[in-house]
Design a protein around this ligand. Structure first.
Ligand code: OXD
Length: 307
């Protein structure tokens, strides 16, 4: 009944330290420890090495080190009866909402224009310095809901799109099948969708053509959703007024990408939210203990839906 932690992209030392100092009862290993892999019942992973799950005959639980599980779901070797869990909590939703609110206000109060004006010593007292206040959130899970509630307090009109109807005070909820009506209501689009087969490339010309002219795009979810060339074309055609992108189909973003130099595209390096180790470790240990006791973990990923 031991835990294996594995990632080919993250420095696991702070995680190992945190696991060991939180709980010295559980046996926790990383791949290079000389451990009998038959002992491993829980794999805690972020971009794990390929073929890992095939080496773990007694695997019962796979725990993501973050909120997303696409890095797990992409693996064809997940055993049928293995449960999957992910990290949730205020340590994710608080910073994510703050990041999105920053990006929304940056656009809505035109701070990029005033930065340029400042560098040219231009005093431009526009009569209407505010941009639209109708925000659409695609993906109304825990993160989307937290953002929606905070935007309502700030006076924005908020529209949510999700698979099931949501009942959130003052937020207008649309189903995926009502996409066109949803897109017609908004002038800022925030994307918080999970990465699944149905969301691959969803931020493309087909969707941009259905937006109101000059809608502002914010993607804090996954680069898997976005077609970079279509974003640039949509800005050219004024379907989009600009974009704030934290995620990219390939990360790190290539130095050759035209996105870097585009004056209407803001780029951040996938830092909208970073998992807090001290919040994640107790959740993962609690899930491990539940599964070892034959119970279901509190946060269970739906293997059919993929999130
Ligand atoms: C996550 C992320 O899913 O960092 O946790 O993107």
């Amino acid at each position: 009944m031991a835990i294996l932690i594995d990632s080919v992209s993250k420095n696991l030392n702070p995680w190992l330290l945190a696991f060991k100092s939180y709980d010295d009862q559980e046996e926790i290993f990383c791949f290079d420890d000389a451990v009998d892999l038959k002992k491993i019942t829980t794999a805690v992973v972020w971009n794990h090495r390929s073929g890992l799950f095939k080496l773990l005959p007694n695997l019962k639980l796979i725990a993501s080190l973050g909120a997303g599980v696409d890095h797990i779901m992409n693996d064809p070797d997940i055993p049928d009866d293995t449960l999957i869990t992910r990290v949730v909590g205020d340590g994710l939703s608080g910073p994510m909402s703050n990041f999105c609110i920053g990006a929304i206000l940056h656009h809505q109060r035109q701070f990029d224009k005033y930065l340029i004006d400042k560098s040219n010593k231009i005093w431009d007292q526009e009569p209407n310095p505010e941009r639209g206040m109708n925000v659409g959130i695609m993906g109304m899970g825990a993160l989307g809901t937290d953002l929606a509630q905070k935007l309502i307090i700030l006076g924005f009109k908020v529209f949510g799109l999700s698979k099931s109807r949501k009942n959130i005070s003052n937020v207008v909820s649309y189903l995926d099948s009502e996409l066109d009506v949803f897109l017609g209501k908004i002038n800022i689009l925030v994307v918080m969708l999970p990465a699944t087969e149905s969301t691959r490339g969803i931020l493309s010309k087909r969707l941009f053509d259905r937006l109101n002219k000059d809608t502002y795009l914010i993607n804090v979810a996954r680069g898997h959703h976005q077609v970079n060339e279509d974003i640039i074309d949509a800005i050219e055609e004024r379907q989009l007024s600009g974009a704030f992108l934290d995620v990219f189909p390939e990360e790190p973003l290539s130095k050759r990408s035209p996105l870097w130099n585009h004056p209407k595209i803001m780029i951040t390096p996938h830092i909208a939210v970073v998992t807090k180790i001290n919040e994640a470790v107790p959740q993962i240990i609690a899930s491990h203990r539940k599964v070892m006791a034959g119970e279901l973990p509190e946060i269970l990923v739906d293997r059919i839906k993929g999130y």
